[in-house]
Write a protein that binds this ligand. Sequence first.
Ligand code: EZ4
Ligand code: CO
Length: 404
Amino acid sequence: MTETISAFDVLVTSPGRNYVIVKITSSSGLVGWGDATLNGRELAVASYLRDHIGPTLVGRNPGNIEDIWQYLYRGAYWRRGPVTMAAIGGIDLALWDLLGKTLEVPVYRLLGGAVRSRVLTYTHASGWSQAELEDAVDARRAEGFRAVRAQFGVPGLDMVYGITRDAEYEPASRGSRPAEETWDAGAYLRHAPEVLMGLREHVGPELHLLHDAHHRLNATQAARLAKELEPVDLFWLEDLIPAENQELLRRVREHSTTPLAIGEVFTTIWDCRTILSERLVDYIRTAVGHAGGISHLRKILHYAEVHQVDGGPHGPSDVSPLSMAASIHVGLSTHNFGIQELMGYPKLTTEVFQPGYTFTDGYLHPGEASGLGVHVDEEAAAAFPYERAYLPVARTRDGAITDW
Ligand code: EZ4
Ligand code: CO
């Protein structure tokens, strides 16, 4: 007898930070889990799922994953956008998880099997001063990481996104409105090359170093930074300019051979079209949950493969362990997968999500459990109700809002 979707549920939980979880139950009683978290806009996705698209899925064959994807994407008059694509992504992940559990195989085998034995990963290190940054990078290296994203303070600014002196690094803060920071691109550009050159001297040639500019530069500033950082030999320089201005990356490319990465806020293959077809970046950062799930990320990566661009998916702590697992399954089974970001999670998250993937010597493996391999504890999830939280916003010295 053909399986059908018998129940569709959405859980919103906050074990250290907010997550939106899709739960799809099949007529045989198996459960597939997906991640539909959209940092700072969680309840919009939960409503989109609960109120609008979840009810249309009950009674369908959960194994028709591609048809369900097309139904939700093409069948909707209103396409694209982060809320829509995170919702579709959450459903897609849950359906792949369910199919793996039904067939009793890990998802990477459904995707064609392993093309590598392990997936390279990078994590974050930050310090306000050079010495603090070097200590933080050393600590991550001691944990086994072979690639580290380095972020640092800027003289004259009080706060810089992603830098904290607190024990737990958490860029989204709880409260009724976002925190506000001051941003000064000139001060940052004067300071960044010196810090990153010093860090390269400190760590030696082998450790992969990455840096993220969070879309806060214009094309001229971006080209200058990429050029000046060439001696640092970065693994990549991330999100130099606002993501919707893809054509402007041509200017940056003309001036530098520093590898570039962009795309954590892109949600469809159409958002990636120019940068991939012109090879304006070396790594495409679309996240498996935010960009329509495994089904759609794979299309993006296949299109990237044609243009010699590798994958480097977004993996901060707002990408839940369910998405992290899905991304690792894609990484193990996709030839042009370059590296997976792994920021790490607040301690409380493991009370809700118990992942089966493992970290060894700087590499990830998804494990051999059926489906995505992440156990979700519903009782624990219910014990952590949603708490409003936002990423900060930044203003320039004259008070105008900056790009993210
Ligand atoms: O700003 O996860 O590469 N990682 C990042 C993150 C993002 C947040 C946004 O949700 O840029 O720190
Ligand atoms: Co980033």
